[in-house]
Design a protein around this ligand. Structure first.
Ligand code: FE2
Length: 234
């Protein structure tokens, strides 16, 4: 089978699985067709409301509303993929390309959901970083000075390409470092806690800033909720 044909077939297979999932309406609490058992007792994910961010300096409502809609799509698709995987498993068809492709897909959809939640949650702040707090001390310990960390974070965020810039804390030893994440589902350091998340996909800034990503990152820094970030420090 030629590659293009194989890829097309895969898309049809995955699409079929998702459609079947939609028809089954398997969210906890929904009515299933007679004779069907629930595939999971876990509740579906619900999109969080980030409308408190509307009006934030440096971010237009148009940009934010589009971004919220995009995030909600990740929540919807995370639920769809979990449902479809549950159906495939229940049907005893785990040794199939459908299962394998959906397993891969889950990393994209789930991380797309969670990373956006972490990003929006670390925005909307009014207060400056507490220079005497544990986060500031950890940054100074890891980078020598706050300004060095900020310069490194911004340099990472302005790298060419799309993705995420994340300040991580290594759960082993506590080291802090700024990491570039090229796609939602790749490049995350194992066993580390994301502290500060910056979305540098173009949808996060181009409506307001065009190609001036550094200006967007400047606006991002004016709105960081440092209390939320500090609350993630282990
Ligand atoms: Fe985004």
């Amino acid at each position: 089978m030629k590659l293009r044909t194989a890829v097309t077939s895969m898309g049809i297979l995955v699409g079929t699985a998702l459609s079947a999932s939609l028809r089954a309406q398997t969210r906890t609490g929904d009515t299933l067709p007679a004779g069907k058992e629930t595939r999971t007792n876990m509740p579906s994910y619900e999109p969080k409301d980030f409308s408190r961010l509307l009006g934030m300096e440096g971010f237009s409502d148009t940009l934010l509303k589009n971004h919220f809609t995009l995030y909600q799509g990740y929540v919807t698709n995370t639920n769809k993929v979990f449902d479809a995987l549950g159906q495939i498993t229940q049907d005893g068809k785990a040794a199939t390309p459908d299962f394998a492709e959906l397993k891969r897909r889950l990393g994209w959809e789930f991380n797309g959901m969670r990373l956006h939640e972490l990003y929006f949650d670390n925005l909307g702040g009014k207060a400056a970083l507490d220079k005497g707090g544990k986060l500031a001390k950890a940054i100074e310990s890891g980078f020598g000075a706050y300004d060095r960390w900020e310069a490194d974070f911004k340099a990472t965020g302005t790298m060419r390409g799309i993705g995420w810039t994340i300040l991580y804390q290594d759960n082993v030893g506590g080291r802090l470092f700024n990491q570039w994440i090229n796609e939602h589902d790749t490049g995350h350091p194992a066993g580390c806690t994301p502290l500060l998340i910056l979305d540098v996909f173009e949808h996060a800034f181009m409506v307001d800033y065009g190609l001036k990503r550094a200006d967007y990152i400047g606006a991002f820094f004016k709105n960081i909720d440092w209390k939320a970030v500090e609350g993630r420090v282990r």
